[in-house]
Design a protein around this ligand. Structure first.
Ligand code: AMP
Length: 353
């Protein structure tokens, strides 16, 4: 890290990110903490972000997102003493090689980006952490219960389908191969379909304070699984509609207080496992995404190892962040606060990779 920070003016650190996903929250929070702000923005979106120029010290306009790793953009970032904050669009937009190789310090655990990009590795990490997860099945085997079939690279749940038998799974996968969505059925992940309500719990691990915080929770609003309940079952059956899980937004969620110790413990287990398997372990924001059933059991089907879009709900703080900070503390601001605290304590290498 000392090499990566060479030539940096630590008194003028800048928080930089791609203009998408949660970037406005991130620059808003950095501004509140007195850090510089930089957005890398594509030509076609620059006009939109222009209206928030009071939050942005420097906009670096690019033709394509992958230009993040070009010499010109890296130079601009390094000149600004930039710390890159990855969000949900980061790897998807710039590609895994650029995301993991960009010669600019990243806030968070860089090695987790590759795990997150691989559905199977991701579930393996969750299982190893001892967090309850749905069962997985080889494609085509009979699970004896409904399953959800996840295609790799499906963005925000598009291209997932639910099936009730091994034969149905294979039929759906053959179609996906024919469409060219996958090259073979073995690429798909077949998971027990969890019955209950979904809940996405946001966490922040602070290496500086050595403390795990719950920063919020949300529910994704998905089209059209969330819309189908508006239609009478009789009509639904006639339509034979295949529901999709395309995320269109996020709704706030406050959990029953008795669930908090459970989700906190799951967060701790996940933190501990990343420390063992991917040292130094997770840094900053992450999210455990699960289903809570009628017995209030929580099973986790997915994690995000960085800021999630559901945090955009809490620009002014969440019911949980208030308990830790007693001031408006978005996750964007929390990231900047961590960078600031690390700088004050001469411990930047604990939050950057
Ligand atoms: P993911 O891409 O894994 O975040 O999943 C997208 C959406 O699919 C989730 O927000 C859930 O609505 C649904 N989903 C994913 N996995 C499961 C599961 N094992 N059981 C039930 N629903 C699921």
């Amino acid at each position: 890290m000392s090499e990566m920070l060479e030539g940096y003016d630590l008194d003028r650190l800048t928080i930089a990110t791609l203009a998408s996903h949660s970037s406005l929250q991130i620059v808003h929070g950095a501004r509140k903490e007195g850090l510089g702000t930089l957005l890398v923005v594509t030509e076609d979106r620059a006009w939109f972000y222009e209206q928030f120029k009071h939050l942005v010290d420097r906009a670096v306009v690019v033709e394509r997102w992958r230009d993040l790793c070009s010499e010109r953009v890296v130079r601009a970032l390094r000149e600004s003493s930039a710390v890159l904050v990855p969000h949900g669009s980061f790897v998807e937009y710039v590609g895994l090689d650029c995301a993991t190789g960009v010669p600019v310090p990243i806030f968070g655990l860089r090695s987790l980006l590759a795990v997150e990009a691989d559905q199977h590795a991701k579930m393996e990490l969750l299982r190893k952490s001892g967090v309850p997860t749905p069962e997985s099945f080889p494609p085509g085997s009979d699970a004896g219960r409904p399953v959800i079939v996840k295609l790799p690279g499906a963005k925000g749940g598009r291209g997932y389908f639910v099936a009730s038998s091994g034969r149905e799974v294979l039929r759906g996968l053959e179609e996906a191969v024919r469409r060219g969505d996958i090259s073979s059925a073995s690429e798909a992940m077949v998971q027990e379909y969890l019955v209950g309500v979904t809940a996405y719990v946001h966490y922040f691990y602070s290496p500086v304070l050595d403390r795990l915080e719950i920063t919020g929770a949300d529910v994704r609003y998905e089209s059209d699984v969330d819309g189908l309940r508006r239609m009478p079952l009789r009509v639904l059956a006639e339509l034979g509609l295949e529901p999709t899980f395309t995320v269109v937004g996020n709704l706030p969620l406050v959990l029953r207080e008795s669930l908090l110790p459970v989700v906190y413990e799951y967060g701790m287990r996940f933190l501990k496992t990343t420390r063992e398997l991917l040292p130094p372990g997770i840094i900053g924001p992450f999210c455990l995404e699960g289903v809570i059933d009628r017995e209030a059991r929580i099973r986790v089907f997915e994690f995000s190892g960085r800021i999630v879009a559901g945090t955009n709900l809490y620009l002014d703080g969440s019911p949980y962040s208030y308990l830790y900070w007693d001031e408006p503390m978005s996750v964007g601001r929390r990231i900047a606060r961590e960078v600031r605290l690390a700088r004050e304590r001469g411990a930047l290498e604990r939050v950057l990779t």
